[in-house]
Write a protein of this length. Structure first.
Length: 268
């Protein structure tokens, strides 16, 4: 499937910041099942390309005298091959992180007793197959309704679970914590998806789970395996490791964001 992606982020400040640095994970990963046809990132500052510790294609840019209004934009075309039951091709990236690293909890994905109980109830015989992963994903979505405006990027898995509402990022964090509670490695994936008739936004998050010697990619929010409608940008232990844009600034007072993402599908 060919995805045509447009992503624009506009920053508005009451006063222009004095200094700004940003880390961008806005380039599709070099995974075997997806091929970048063309890709352009436009930023107000000079970009420095590198590969981060998780094997993600990354850029940094620094602005010493940024304006009160800034725009970052991405435009590109990516060809993506279907995945059989979500199974990813073996990674050849030399910087890929050992799977055991994805068993370590983070503040956003820490275990808690209510989730341990849910995971044991949903999968009393453990998490072993992709079908098991879908059972767990559906159990999570039954207790966390998809609803925007209740959580933000600092919300933890336990907070989303307690509220019973969240978005794809929260579903991913809770799924990762549940997998780890069952002794299975899992990692966060950020990217884009052709939403079709789904309520999931074009900018999306899902989970890779280490099962039987392969990563199995699961779209928790939609209760399906990720496949050729999912463009992968970055992976990590949680949102902070894989988020598309992360940075810090000096000054600027109040920051407001306008984000527009569109994903169009072109059948080949």
């Amino acid at each position: 499937m060919r995805l045509i992606i447009h992503h624009t982020t506009q920053y508005h400040y009451r006063d222009a910041p004095k200094h700004m640095i940003q880390l961008l994970r806005l380039t599709p990963r070099l995974d075997a099942h997806q091929r970048v046809v063309e890709w352009r990132i436009k930023t107000p500052g000079k970009q420095i390309a590198f590969q981060d510790a998780f094997g993600n294609a990354s850029h940094s840019h620094v602005l010493h005298t940024p304006r009160a209004q800034l725009t970052l934009s991405v435009d590109g075309i990516v060809d993506i091959s279907p995945l059989a039951n979500g199974v990813l091709p073996q990674e050849s990236n030399l910087m890929s992180v050992p799977t055991l690293a994805y068993l370590v909890p983070t503040p956003l994905t820490a275990r808690f007793s209510a989730l341990d109980h849910l995971a044991q109830q949903a999968l009393p015989n453990g998490l072993h197959t992709g079908s098991d992963a879908l059972v767990l994903a559906n159990a999570i979505c039954l207790v966390i309704t998809y609803e925007s405006g209740n959580t933000d990027v600092t919300s933890t898995a336990s907070q989303a679970f307690e509220m019973g509402r969240g978005v794809c990022q929260d579903h991913a964090h809770v799924m990762i914590a549940a997998c780890r509670s069952l002794g299975v490695s899992a990692r966060y994936v950020s990217g884009y998806v052709d939403p079709g008739n789904s309520h999931a936004a074009a900018s999306h998050a899902w989970v890779d789970i280490w099962l039987q010697g392969s990563w199995v990619s699961v779209d928790v929010t939609n209760g399906i395996f990720a496949s050729d409608s999912h463009c992968r940008l970055a992976v990590g232990r949680d949102y902070l490791d894989a988020c598309p844009i992360r940075g810090m600034r000096e000054g600027g007072l109040v920051e407001e964001l306008d984000v527009l993402v569109t994903v169009q599908t072109l059948q080949q």
